[in-house]
Design a protein around this ligand. Structure first.
Ligand code: ZN
Length: 148
């Protein structure tokens, strides 16, 4: 679909994204013209400006690009991780890594997307991807050697 309906579709991609997430499905957009993947949801390709964006289900695989521990009080849930994850498809997004102590999250850590909760509370998080042990870190990022 490439109907140019300016104002009305402005919130469309984000609504569509949230609706699918509420169903437990993580989807991003892929450009039909330049073939690159796009996130955050938008009406035009961030690489070439094309409006020919289609929804696809990414592999869910990614690596931690940057990581921070947010120190919250125990009554607020305690410390948690905030990470920028680079998807295997290219886009980076801000999320959190769960299933591991917040301070144990490392740059280059292979992670896998998961949807927590459902409906309006659905949240995209990432879990350590244990099946990806031994995967080489992308160029330019630090490599964490596995140790026993
Ligand atoms: Zn494009």
């Amino acid at each position: 679909m490439s109907t140019p309906a300016p104002r009305e579709t402005a919130a469309g991609p984000e609504l569509r994204y949230r609706r699918r997430l509420a169903e437990g499905v993580f989807e991003i957009q892929r450009c039909g013209d330049c073939g690159r993947h796009v996130f955050y949801p938008r009406v035009g390709c961030s690489h070439c400006g094309s409006a020919a964006l289609a929804w696809v289900r990414p592999s869910g695989r990614g690596t931690v690009y940057s990581t921070t521990v947010v120190r919250a009080r125990p009554e607020e849930g305690g410390p948690y991780n905030v990470a920028i994850v680079e998807l295997a498809e290219g886009p980076r997004l801000m999320s959190r890594v769960e299933g591991i102590a917040p301070a144990e999250v490392r740059i280059g850590l292979p992670v896998r997307a998961a949807v927590r909760g459902s409906g309006g509370d659905a949240l995209l998080v990432f879990l350590p991807d244990t099946s990806a042990a031994g995967i080489a870190a992308p160029d330019g990022s630090s490599t964490e050697a596995a140790h026993d």
